[in-house]
Design a binder for this molecule. Structure first.
Ligand SMILES: Cc1cc2nc3c(=O)[nH]c(=O)nc-3n(C[C@H](O)[C@H](O)[C@H](O)COP(=O)(O)OP(=O)(O)OC[C@H]3O[C@@H](n4cnc5c(N)ncnc54)[C@H](O)[C@@H]3O)c2cc1C
Ligand code: FES
Length: 276
């Protein structure tokens, strides 16, 4: 009964005003606002973010504090995210959520692999795990130095030697894809768990390597979302609805959807299309 009441409350649209806007890169901004409904939000959960007059889109939670301040990090890719980027402090937005499951908080030696805005929920997770981990190694990737997110915060979370930054053009860190340093890291050291979030092809490579080395893995998936409460079916992957059963999936669940994971997704008509 309590869970049902929580779900109904989470699904109720709340309006709030933007408290702060931080430019992270030419295409990425972080928005902070107040919402009591997110006080207990967990790393990996997401919000349905309403941009009045434009659209409602899913966004992962970057941080949620006990005093009700919540942040999301948004990459400008189309109409809704462009309209959100145009928003200023004190303008109104709407939210539903938090939705979905979350990363499980595991102890021991942790490896995180984040790409692009996928780094946001992992940073939230790293903060929650700060007192539990024996060691945290973070591989963060971006196309260019400008698109590499949260490097300063990550250096604080997991000493400089445990942060591996990669860029595709070599403008910062190692010139390669985020997955390239993993073989070396996994050959050198035994990790208890790998957490990953970012472009799905990247996560598929991380999954394949975790399988090869027999390491537990959790990955956060993105699919088209409309209702976010398991009703419309827009977000299906195999037998799973990403909004209700995910967005975080374990390696054993991902094994069941191997023919789709990192390969295809559904468009707005439900047609399977290749992942770009
Ligand atoms: C669980 C989840 C968490 C996400 N977290 C973040 C985040 O923290 N930061 C971030 O920048 N982006 C995040 N996204 C992606 C973000 O939702 C899309 O970039 C956004 O919806 C694009 O909308 P648009 O109108 O700007 O672009 P459009 O031009 O409409 O679409 C651009 C691309 O975004 C995807 N998209 C469009 N509408 C949706 C939708 N309703 N649901 C899912 N994908 C959509 C489509 O694949 C499309 O190809 C997340 C997506 C999911 C499913
Ligand atoms: S978004 Fe409607 S079922 Fe997942």
């Amino acid at each position: 009964m309590k869970l049902l009441a929580y779900r109904i409350a989470a699904n109720q649209l709340r309006t709030t005003r933007i408290l702060n806007v931080k430019t992270e890169s030419p295409t990425v901004k972080t928005f902070t606002f107040k919402d009591k409904g997110c006080v207990r939000a967990k790393p990996g959960q997401f919000l349905m973010f309403w941009i009045p007059g434009v659209d409602e889109i899913p966004l992962s939670i970057l941080d949620a504090t006990e005093n009700g301040e919540v942040s999301v990090t948004v990459k400008k890719v189309g109409e809704a995210t462009q309209a959100l980027h145009n928003k200023k402090v004190s303008e109104i937005i709407g939210i539903r959520g938090p939705f979905g499951n979350s990363f499980t908080l595991k102890e021991g030696k942790i490896l995180m692999v984040g790409g692009g805005t996928g780094t946001a929920p992992l940073l939230f997770l790293a903060k929650k795990l700060a007192t539990k981990t024996k060691k945290l190694v973070f591989v963060v990737g971006g196309k260019t130095m400008e698109e590499l997110l949260f490097v300063g915060e990550l250096k604080e979370m997991c000493s400089e030697e445990n942060l591996v930054a990669t860029t595709e053009d070599g403008s910062y860190g190692i010139k390669c894809l985020a997955t390239a340093p993993l073989e070396r890291l996994l050959a050198k050291e035994r990790f208890d768990v790998i957490y990953t979030c970012g472009p799905e092809q990247m996560m598929r490579k991380v999954f394949d390597l975790a399988e090869k080395h027999g390491i537990a893995l959790e990955a956060s998936l993105e699919r088209l979302m409309r209702c976010a409460i398991g009703l419309c079916g827009s977000c299906v992957v195999g037998k799973y609805r990403v909004c209700r059963d995910g967005p975080v999936f374990t390696a054993s669940q991902l094994r069941e959807v191997k023919s789709e994971f990192g390969i295809s997704k559904r468009d707005f008509d439900g047609k399977r299309i290749p992942l770009k």
